[in-house]
Each structure stands twice: as structure tokens, then as C-alpha cells.
Design a binder for this molecule. Structure first.
Ligand code: PSU
Ligand code: MN
Length: 303
């Protein structure tokens, strides 16, 4: 297995010194945000993690290797090439075998983090059950991965491009704890609230680390979702963003966009229609998640 995994110098050293490490995905860079804001976001988020006492490991597939930690040029490659594959679990082996450049989603980043024995992973939002699932059967592989892979994902909930109540039902069926950070409600990415009550919430990173430790000690399979609301000052108004999302979903339907193109299409449309306001909020919430993710990883490392 080792022949496929390539640690960056920084991550290798962190492993040797038993430092806390936080994984980061690359689909958010290649398919979730426009250039150059994507690479600026990725660089800043890595620095935030360092500043908060952990080591960042951005993950991607390059030249037949699972890269755990990217060099500057590799980040740039992911941010600014047209032919980067969006890699979920399904695409993983093919993209490695053909040595293409692949950006990892929540699902495949979890797989890689698990292979590299990294337990905490920071991102923006997870995939979920899409609206109209009754006819499309479009359910993100992220949810199945959360059901079986032992990685804790720190995110701002999920976007309301998805069917959030069904997403929560699916996570419950998969046995995935969804823990609100200082909230008892599922955050809806651009907004702090969704109207959906959570069963668990935590007030500090130490309590979250303790939950992860119990799960590890008992060898209980599957992931954990930490749902961290966007900071108040960066939140968008619900009616504003909902109407934009509504339009974007309708356009996707009219154009017959489906499958793995669905999420990137909707994300792009939302940025376009909001004149970049959604992008600003998106960047801020990832930064906010990076602070929390690093603190949880540090707390866990001390146990
Ligand atoms: N949601 C976002 N930004 C993103 C994604 C989701 O707000 O960039 C990306 C993540 O990589 C996630 C993936 O894992 O989209 C889900 O895609 P799909 O719905 O095709 O499984
Ligand atoms: Mn899908």
C-alpha cells in the first residue's frame, strides 16, 4: 500500500514528532471555487491550522500517488488547471492508475486521511441527499463514507442545494453523529440556522475530542460530523440566498445537469448570481472551520 502514498516533508515530520494533523480536501479548490480565490483560500486555511497548533495536510491524487500534504506548485496545479478530475470513492482507483490529477471530495479525502492515519478533516460543506432524490436517486457518496470511515469532518453543515431533512435521516441511518458546535441546530452553510434540530451539541473542542476518543477506544466504525455555523458577521440572509439557490437548481434541471457535475454546477451558479457574496461567505466559513478543526486535533493529541 505504501507505494501509493506520498507524504509532504512537513506532514512526514509532523508524523515523526507525533504532532496533531488536520486533513483538507481539494475538490473545494478545483471544483468549488474560482481561481485565484481558491488557491488564496487554500493557502490561508493551511496557515490558520498552523497558527492554531496543528499541521495541515491538503490531499489530492497526482501522478499515481495519494498526496498527503501539497507543495505550493501542487496547490497551484489543483487550483488552475482545466482537466482536474473530481474524485469520489468510485473514481479513486482509475485516476490513480491512469496517473491523472485528481481533486478529492469529502468521501475520498476521508479514505485518504484514514489510510494516512489522520483523524480530523476540515472542509466547507459535506455532500448530501439532493433535492428531487425521488426521481434522480442522487445521494452523495460522502454520506456512505461517513457511515464507514473513521474520520471526523468539521464543516458548516450542508448547503440547501440539498434536501437537508433527508440528508439528516440518511446520516442517522448510517449511524453518524452530527454534533453542533455551540448550536443545537444544523447550520445550512451560508446561514447559521436551518430549522433542523440536532441531537447533540458541544461547547468546546475538548468535549468534541473526548467524544472522538471514546469512539476510537471502542473501535466504532464510521465518521463524525462537527457542524460549525458560519460566523454571524459573514452570514448571508436566508431569503436572499434561498432565492438564488432556487434559481440555480431550476437552471440545472432545465440544462439536464446531473451526477457528479451537479454540485460544481450549482456552486458556480451561486457565486455568479450572488456577485461573489457567496464566495466571501464560503471562504470565511472554511477559515472558521480550520480554527475549530485545529483546536480539536490539538485537544485530541493531548489525551
Ligand atoms: N459542498 C460545498 N462545496 C464543495 C463541495 C460540496 O459547499 O466544494 C464538494 C465537496 O468536495 C463534496 C462534493 O464532497 O462537493 C460532493 O459532491 P457530490 O454531491 O457529487 O457527491
Ligand atoms: Mn451525486
Amino acid at each position: 500500500m505504501k507505494q501509493y502514498i506520498d507524504f509532504s516533508k512537513e506532514v512526514k515530520q509532523a508524523k515523526a514528532e507525533n504532532k496533531p494533523i488536520v486533513a483538507l480536501e481539494s475538490t473545494i479548490i478545483s471544483h468549488g471555487m474560482p481561481y485565484p480565490q481558491n488557491v488564496e483560500m487554500a493557502t490561508k486555511v493551511e496557515n490558520i491550522i498552523r497558527k492554531n497548533g496543528a499541521i495541515p495536510a491538503t490531499i489530492a491524487l497526482i501522478d499515481g500517488k495519494i498526496k498527503i500534504g501539497l507543495e505550493k506548485e501542487e496547490l497551484e496545479l489543483l487550483a488552475n488547471s482545466d482537466n482536474v478530475a473530481k474524485v469520489s470513492r468510485r473514481d479513486f482507483t482509475e485516476v490513480l492508475a491512469t496517473k491523472r490529477v485528481g481533486a478529492t471530495t469529502v468521501a475520498s479525502t476521508m479514505m485518504c486521511a484514514d489510510l494516512a492515519a489522520i483523524q480530523f478533516f476540515v472542509t466547507g460543506g459535506i455532500g448530501g441527499v439532493h433535492r428531487g432524490v425521488e426521481s434522480t436517486m442522487d445521494i452523495s457518496a460522502d454520506l456512505e463514507e461517513l457511515g464507514k470511515t473513521n474520520v471526523t469532518v468539521i464543516c458548516a453543515g450542508a448547503k440547501s442545494i440539498l434536501d437537508l431533512p433527508k440528508t439528516m435521516e440518511y446520516l442517522e441511518t448510517q449511524g453518524v453523529p452530527v454534533i453542533g458546535y455551540k448550536t443545537d441546530e444544523l447550520p445550512a452553510f451560508f446561514t447559521r440556522e436551518s430549522g433542523i434540530k440536532l441531537n447533540s451539541s458541544s461547547e468546546n473542542p475538548e468535549d468534541i475530542a473526548r467524544i472522538c476518543k471514546v469512539k476510537n477506544d471502542l473501535d466504532i466504525e464510521g465518521g463524525v460530523v462537527i457542524a460549525n455555523p458560519v460566523p454571524k458577521e459573514d452570514e448571508l440572509s436566508k431569503s436572499y440566498i434561498d432565492s438564488i439557490i432556487e434559481e440555480a437548481v431550476k437552471e440545472a434541471e432545465a440544462l439536464g445537469i446531473s451526477g457528479k457535475d451537479s454540485t460544481p454546477f450549482l456552486l458556480g451558479k451561486i457565486v455568479e448570481k450572488s456577485d461573489g457574496k457567496s464566495l466571501h461567505t464560503n471562504i470565511k466559513l472554511v477559515e472558521n472551520n480550520a480554527i475549530l478543526g485545529a483546536k480539536i486535533a490539538v485537544a485530541f493529541n493531548q489525551m
